[in-house]
Ligand binder design. Structure first.
Ligand SMILES: Cc1cc2nc3c(=O)[nH]c(=O)nc-3n(C[C@H](O)[C@H](O)[C@H](O)COP(=O)(O)OP(=O)(O)OC[C@H]3O[C@@H](n4cnc5c(N)ncnc54)[C@H](O)[C@@H]3O)c2cc1C
Length: 400
């Protein structure tokens, strides 16, 4: 077993580190406070080639392996986890097309992301169906002409106010049906005058390509991750052609599990990036701050906390890398390792942010100290892509 990065992976890490240092960290508190969607930074990340990592090579995508993907997301998250959540969301939405879409679907629905810095949304959660996503009620019903009509409301959807394509999980036939389908709903105008049609302001309504309305709610005001966009999405009589349905229209649940197995290590990467940033900020602060005539980092109890933070980061990184390898190799037990990595990283992020704030004393409670932002940002890592208890359910099921 080799824990060293190969040359290409080291190059990705160095490139993203430089990007974070030059483009994100210098003004992070200012841009976080502005709550403005950082489309400029996302555009630069796209130009650099660190977005849309799952798109197959046949359509000129990067088709990046899971380990390299995790490394890139981890480094980007060191800068800001709102930005990395938004960036990663494209792969969350598009990976099902890469994994289970046919050649025509891949060309049509993934091709635009290779050509331009467009954004995609992954639409699973509903007001009444969070952890228990099988209780969703958004559904497609077949019309006499063979086309389907999609109706229903999704909530907490990342990128929704700026997205030009929506990957939608829905019931087949009626809201209480047993089977899930996965369909792709592009906006009518993904490009305008040859340019990507990404709105300057949060969009409130879009025309779906085949007909019908996609209504987007007001961007949510969140505790943290101010630089990711989150909103409700309602599909009103959206016409879905058979060709927009991925794979078998009754196998959506299986495709969903594949997506989540791929995506949970990526959320773990977000957690590890944040945890390491919290550790580094706290090391820097406690090396400089003196009380009782000595540096904070030299006081035994404070040093013990720093060691505990470091251990959490290192263990979370190991769990992340093991899960990424398992996903890459498509090992049978990849699901439980993805869940382990997600929980371990969420715990590291919360611990390091909270203890880091504590070691900053009263200054940590001030908004001008980045550690206070990390505390706000960390909580969602324990929630999205399945709360901690759901990960335990997955691990427990595998174990017994
Ligand atoms: C910022 C943000 C971005 C998001 N982005 C997306 C997105 O892009 N696409 C998307 O589809 N969704 C997205 N989500 C939704 C997210 O995945 C859900 O919020 C999450 O899965 C939890 O669902 P819920 O909020 O309905 O909580 P609930 O399912 O209601 O759970 C609430 C609490 O109940 C407890 N609980 C739940 N189930 C169990 C159990 N089985 N055993 C024991 N306790 C349990 C847990 O303590 C849990 O925290 C996002 C959410 C946020 C906040």
């Amino acid at each position: 077993m080799d824990f060293r990065l190969n040359e290409e992976q080291q190059m990705y890490v160095d490139t993203v580190r430089r990007f974070v240092k030059n483009e994100i960290l210098p003004n992070i508190l200012q841009i976080d406070k502005s709550h403005e969607f950082p489309y400029g930074i996302i555009g630069k990340a796209w130009e650099l080639g660190i977005l849309n990592l799952s798109i197959p090579k046949e359509i000129k995508g990067f088709e990046m392996d899971a380990v390299s993907t995790a490394l890139i997301i981890k480094e980007l998250s060191y800068g800001d986890t709102g930005i990395s959540t938004s960036a990663m969301c494209n792969d969350l939405a598009n990976t099902v097309i890469a994994q289970h879409g046919n050649a025509r679907q891949q060309e049509e629905y993934l091709g635009p992301y290779v050509k331009a810095p467009l954004l995609a949304s992954f639409c699973l959660t509903e007001p009444g169906a969070g952890s228990d996503n099988s209780s969703m009620s958004t559904f497609i019903a077949k019309r006499a002409d063979g086309k389907y009509v999609l109706n229903g409301a999704k909530c907490f959807i990342t990128n929704a106010s700026y997205a030009s394509q929506f990957t939608v999980f829905c019931k087949v036939g009626k809201p209480a049906a047993q089977f899930l389908a996965c369909c792709i709903v592009p906006a009518e105008e993904m490009f305008r005058d040859g340019k990507p049609n990404v709105p300057a302001k949060p969009q409130t309504e879009l025309a779906a390509k085949g007909g019908g309305r996609i209504v987007i709610g007001k961007p949510e005001e969140k505790l943290g991750q101010h630089l990711s966009n989150t909103a409700t999405v309602t599909f009103e009589d959206v016409i879905v052609d058979e060709s927009q349905i991925i794979g078998d229209r009754r196998q959506g649940f299986k495709y969903l599990i594949d997506v989540l197995d791929y995506a949970r290590p990526m959320v773990a990467a977000i957690g590890v990036g944040l945890a390491r940033r919290a550790l580094d900020l706290t090391l820097q602060y406690t090396r400089e701050r003196k009380q009782f005539g000595q540096r904070l980092c030299d006081m035994p109890v404070a040093r013990e906390t720093l060691v505990a933070m470091w251990k959490k980061v290192e263990l979370a990184e190991m769990a992340l890398m093991k899960a990424a390898v398992k996903v890459q190799e498509r090992d049978e037990d990849r699901g439980m390792y993805s869940s382990l990595a997600k929980n371990t990283a969420a715990e590291a992020a919360l611990y390091c942010a909270n203890e880091g704030l504590h070691l900053h004393g009263g200054y940590g409670f001030m908004q001008e100290y980045e550690i206070s932002k990390l505390v706000r940002d960390a909580h969602i890592i324990d929630i999205y892509e399945g709360v901690r208890e759901v990960q335990h359910m997955i691990i427990g099921r595998e174990l017994v």
